[in-house]
Design a binder for this molecule. Structure first.
Ligand code: GUN
Length: 285
C-alpha cells in the first residue's frame, strides 16, 4: 500500500509554524511581515489563487495587500506598481501572478521586483543563486515538494529522480533542488522521445506537465515515489493530476493525491518565504 503524502496536513503544520514566527518577529522587532500579491486581468484560476494567497497571509498575521489590475494594464503601468511596492517598507514579499496578459513582457516584470522582496524566487538573481547552490528565495512549489518529502523522511540522495516539465516555475527549480540534495536528475519535456523509458527508471517521479492522467501504472516501477503537480479539470468538472492515480498508487511506495497533495504546500511555502524575507529585512537570519 502506498503511503499517501498528505499536503493538506503538512501545510497546516507549516502555516501554524509560520504564524508563530510572525508573532515572534512582531514582538521582538516590531516587524509585521507584508505580502503584496498583484494580479492583472480576470483569469479564473489566477483570481482564485491570488485570493487564497492573500487570505492565507492575513490568516497567519501578515499584512496582505492584493492589487487587482485590469486586463488592459500596460507594461509601464505594471512596472510602476512594482516599483511602488519595492519602495514600500511595509512590503517584504512581492508576488506578481503569472501568466500575465500577452501585451506584457513577463521577464521584464519579474526582473523589476527587488531580489530581496522576491516571494516566488523567480528573479534572475535568485534563479542564479539557486543554481549555484547558494541561499536564495526558492520557488514555492518545488520547495514545498521537498518539505513534503522531508516530513515523510524520504531521502532523495542517490535516487534516480525524473522531472516531467521544464517550466521556470516548477521543472527547472525542482531539478536544481534535487541536484543539490544529491539525486541524479533527468528532465523530460514535450520533445522527449520515449517518455516511458525515463519514467520507468524513476525512483522519484515529479510530474508537472498539465496532461490529465498521462502517466499510468505501467509507466512506473514498483516502489516509485510519485509526486503529482498537475491540476487538470476533467470534462465533468472534477480535478485530476498528471498521474493515473489508482494504477500508479498500486505500484508506488508513496504518492501525492490531487487535490490535497502538492497544491496546499505551495501556499504554505509562500508564507514561509515571506516570513524569511521579513526576518532578513530586520537583520535576522
Ligand atoms: N502561476 C502559477 N504558479 C505560480 C506561482 O507559484 N507564482 C506566481 N507568481 N504565478 C504562478
Amino acid at each position: 500500500m502506498a503511503t499517501i503524502l498528505d499536503g493538506k496536513e503538512a501545510a497546516k503544520d507549516i502555516r501554524r509554524t509560520v504564524a508563530e514566527g510572525v508573532a515572534v518577529l512582531k514582538n521582538a522587532a516590531g516587524i509585521v511581515p507584508g505580502l503584496a500579491v498583484v494580479i492583472v486581468g480576470e483569469d479564473p484560476a489566477s483570481v482564485i489563487y491570488t485570493r487564497s494567497k492573500a487570505r492565507a497571509a492575513k490568516k497567519c498575521g501578515m499584512l496582505d495587500i492584493l492589487r487587482k489590475l485590469p486586463e488592459e494594464t500596460t507594461e509601464a503601468e505594471l512596472l510602476a506598481v512594482v516599483a511602488a511596492l519595492n519602495d514600500d517598507d511595509r512590503v517584504h514579499g512581492i508576488l506578481v501572478q503569472l501568466p500575465l496578459p500577452d501585451a506584457i513582457d513577463e521577464e521584464r516584470i519579474v526582473a523589476a521586483i527587488l531580489p530581496s522582496k522576491d516571494a516566488d524566487g523567480f528573479h534572475p538573481v535568485n534563479v542564479g543563486l539557486l543554481s549555484l547552490g547558494q541561499p536564495a528565495s526558492v520557488p514555492c512549489t518545488p520547495r514545498g515538494i521537498l518539505s513534503l518529502l522531508d516530513r515523510h523522511e524520504i531521502d532523495v540522495t542517490g535516487m534516480e529522480a525524473v522531472v516531467l516539465g521544464r517550466s521556470n516555475i516548477v521543472g527547472k527549480p525542482m531539478a536544481a533542488l534535487l541536484t543539490a540534495r544529491n539525486a541524479t536528475v533527468t528532465i523530460c519535456h514535450s520533445r522527449t522521445k520515449d517518455l516511458a523509458f525515463h519514467t520507468r527508471r524513476a525512483d522519484l517521479l515529479v510530474s508537472a506537465m498539465g496532461r490529465p492522467e498521462m502517466i499510468t501504472g505501467e509507466m512506473v516501477r514498483e516502489g516509485v515515489v510519485a509526486v503529482d503537480v498537475g491540476i487538470n479539470r476533467r470534462e465533468d468538472g472534477t480535478l485530476t493530476g498528471d498521474l493515473h492515480y489508482e494504477s500508479v498508487a498500486a505500484k508506488a511506495m508513496a504518492i501525492t493525491p490531487v487535490p490535497g497533495g502538492v497544491g496546499p504546500m505551495t501556499i504554505a511555502t509562500l508564507l514561509g518565504n515571506v516570513l524569511e524575507l521579513a526576518q532578513r529585512s530586520g537583520g535576522e537570519g
